[in-house]
Write a protein that binds this ligand. Structure first.
Ligand SMILES: [Zn+2]
Length: 252
């Protein structure tokens, strides 16, 4: 069963019943000195593929779509070369077009697997569901699905140990040597309340000197593999439950 659209041909699509689509969503932004700009896209899609494969072993057919490579970026990040900011309107237009297409084709369930902390889809989803009331859209940040502190000395926020370990596991050839790792040190707001309870976006280049937040130094491929196992198991189980769910009978 093909679960990866990179390998899907029409001969298979036209004869297979798919229960839902999985949409990985990332960002294009610097990740400390050692990880590629497209880290969030690569990891969201890799986690999606592995989870969809596990779900297919339980008889559920889901299709992992191409990753959406542009996310919402903080002030300061957008000053950095090749960091691309996608506005809320852009993200909404993309998501609306995907939902409109799937809806027309008779597929009414979409799981967005998000890999970028700056993305927030909740209001977009509420808006879109006004126009597509029978459609179900679920979103999850995959990196929050398992407790990172059980797997990593310090999971980190951005290009830290968690993301670095995951990249070492899936794409070791794309992780630069440890000698170039920045420490991922970050500053806190002087106004304490902004660190707790009040929110404004952090100005990235004032908060971090190497664009990372969280020290990647203790990352290993083995830690990445263990975390991947945990997270993809959880996502796979959700795909199975979601596929079997009746939209008109969701509550007890
Ligand atoms: Zn990232």
């Amino acid at each position: 069963m093909t679960i990866d659209i990179d390998f899907l041909s029409w001969s298979e699509a036209r004869t297979t019943v798919y229960d839902l689509a999985v949409l990985p969503w990332g960002a294009t932004e610097p990740h400390n000195y050692h990880l590629p700009y497209t880290t969030d896209n690569l990891l969201s899609r890799s986690v999606s593929l592995e989870a969809a494969k596990k779900a297919s072993e339980q008889g559920v057919n889901s299709m992992v779509l191409p990753a959406i490579p542009f996310g919402s970026q903080n002030p300061g990040q957008t000053d950095l070369l090749f960091c691309i900011h996608a506005r809320q309107e852009t993200q909404k237009a993309i998501l609306t077009d995907i939902v409109a297409s799937l809806h027309r084709q008779g597929l009414h369930k979409l799981l967005i697997l998000n890999g970028h902390g700056g993305n927030n889809f909740r209001t977009l989803i509420r808006d879109i569901l006004v126009d597509y009331p029978g459609f179900m859209i679920v979103v999850s940040d995959w990196y929050k699905l398992a407790d990172g502190t059980k797997y990593f000395a310090e999971p980190g926020d951005h290009a830290g140990e968690l993301e670095t370990a995951m990249m070492m596991h899936f794409f070791p050839e794309r992780v630069k040597d440890k000698s170039v790792f920045g420490k991922g040190e970050s500053k806190k707001f002087i106004i304490d309340s902004l660190n707790n309870g009040f929110w404004t976006p952090r100005h990235w280049t004032q908060v971090s000197s190497d664009t990372g937040i969280g020290n990647p130094i203790h990352a290993t491929p083995e830690k990445g593999r263990s975390f991947t196992e945990a997270v993809t198991g959880i996502v796979a189980q959700f795909i199975v439950d979601f596929a079997r769910a009746d939209p008109n009978d969701m509550y007890r």
